[in-house]
Ligand binder design. Structure first.
Ligand SMILES: Nc1ncnc2c1ncn2[C@@H]1O[C@H](COP(=O)(O)OP(=O)(O)O)[C@@H](O)[C@H]1O
Ligand SMILES: [Mg+2]
Length: 361
């Protein structure tokens, strides 16, 4: 049985359907993420799980028991917010002890549990410090510790790393993965940052305008998106508008206006005559000087219109002769100078017949 289940949850605010018919289940021990742009309903879902809000339709279950009518303080759930929500007049130890004191634990137990939890988030030496004496990352660790000290069944995290700068954010991501593995508490994590979701999660539900578009493991969302929204929201992707000319078990033959035929992976259930787009990742494209070829099935001539040198990789924008722009990512693993093509260079863009995924309209 799933630890947490949402069945056909809808939540309206006046005319706005903030959450539309969402069905999800989260397994015990999972790091589960709700990912989507701002305003798509992520916080509203967390608030219903925590009990701060109730759905208009549908039901939530924890361990198979309906949650309806159970007040927040009676749910074995804790929420960590981006704003930390620490008590400024309490020390680190005092903040972490607070939920245990509320629960009427003995002084000995409180001392022991606070000590263990401080060690878990590597803040032993900050036990007596006050929140204003801590960095952003340390404050967020205290907030996490306070969330974990009562051993909740579920820890809800609403954009907890949103206030941190990029470097620290990456450090905290690595710590969060280790922490979740160590304590084994089920996490429901909310973010609008797709890279963060991919890096942290066992499974991700991608949301758009109140609905779940696709829920799956990160690798599957990345390599087999089922809609243009998911393809575009997760990572970077090229969308090439194309009609299906032929479909059989070996593959699809597509036709794109102005550039011609494209061989694409087989897609059962897609028949000739359909319209849609081939979605293909920048790292699947090869770029060579126009007079050369890597011998891949799909190859088109174009002109380099931009490039972005990022150190480890270079990202080229190639304008094909039909006006379509494609992004191609090349790794800079070879020794010596890393950039190979200049703006204005004529180049050949190539990809394999089995690369990409066709998204029918
Ligand atoms: N209490 C509320 N009253 C009216 N509208 C709300 C309320 N809470 C959220 N909304 C609206 O519901 C939508 C989803 O909000 P939210 O769940 O906070 O999105 P997210 O967390 O994904 O950014 C937004 O359009 C927001 O303005
Ligand atoms: Mg939110």
């Amino acid at each position: 049985m799933a630890l947490l289940e949402l069945r056909h949850i809808t939540r309206r605010f006046g005319d706005l359907e903030a959450v539309k018919d969402v069905t999800l289940s989260v397994e015990a021990g999972e790091f589960f993420t709700l990912l989507g742009p701002s305003g798509c309903g992520k916080t509203t879902i967390l608030r219903m799980i925590a009990g701060f809000d109730e759905p208009d339709e549908g039901e939530l279950f924890l361990d198979g028991q309906p949650l309806a009518g159970i007040p927040p303080e009676k749910r074995p759930v804790h929420t960590v917010f981006q704003s930390y929500a620490l008590f400024p007049h309490l020390t680190v130890a005092g903040n972490i002890a607070f939920p245990l004191e509320m629960a009427g634990r003995t002084r000995d137990e409180i001392r022991r549990r606070v000590g263990e939890t401080l060690a878990l988030v590597h803040l032993e030496e900050k036990s007596a410090a006050f929140p204003h004496e801590l960095s952003g990352g340390q404050k967020q660790r205290v907030a996490l510790a306070r969330g974990l000290v009562n051993k909740p069944r579920l820890l809800l995290l609403d954009e907890p790393l949103g206030a941190l700068d990029a470097k620290l954010r990456e450090r905290m991501q690595i710590e969060l993965i280790a922490l979740q593995r160590e304590v084994g508490v089920t996490f429901v994590f909310v973010t609008h940052a797709q890279q963060e979701a991919l890096a942290l999660s066992h499974r991700i539900a991608v949301m758009n305008a109140g609905r779940v578009e696709q829920a799956d493991v990160p690798e599957a969302l990345y390599s087999s998106p089922k809609s243009r929204f998911v393809a575009d929201f997760i990572g970077t992707i090229n969308l090439i508008e194309a009609d299906v000319v032929e479909s059989n078990r070996h593959g699809l033959l597509l036709r794109a206006a102005g550039i011609g035929d494209i061989a694409a992976p087989a897609h059962p259930g897609i028949a000739a005559g359909r319209h849609g787009a081939l979605a293909i990742r920048p790292e699947h494209l090869r770029v060579s000087p126009h007079s050369e070829s890597a011998g891949l099935k799909n190859h088109f001539l174009g002109t380099v219109s931009e490039y972005l040198f990022r150190g480890d990789v270079t990202i080229y924008t190639i304008r094909l002769d039909n006006g379509l722009s494609l992004e191609a990512l090349t790794t800079n693993a070879a020794p010596g100078r890393a950039r190979f093509h200049e703006i204005g260079d004529r180049v050949r863009v190539e990809w394999r017949h089995d690369a990409g995924v066709y998204l029918a309209d």
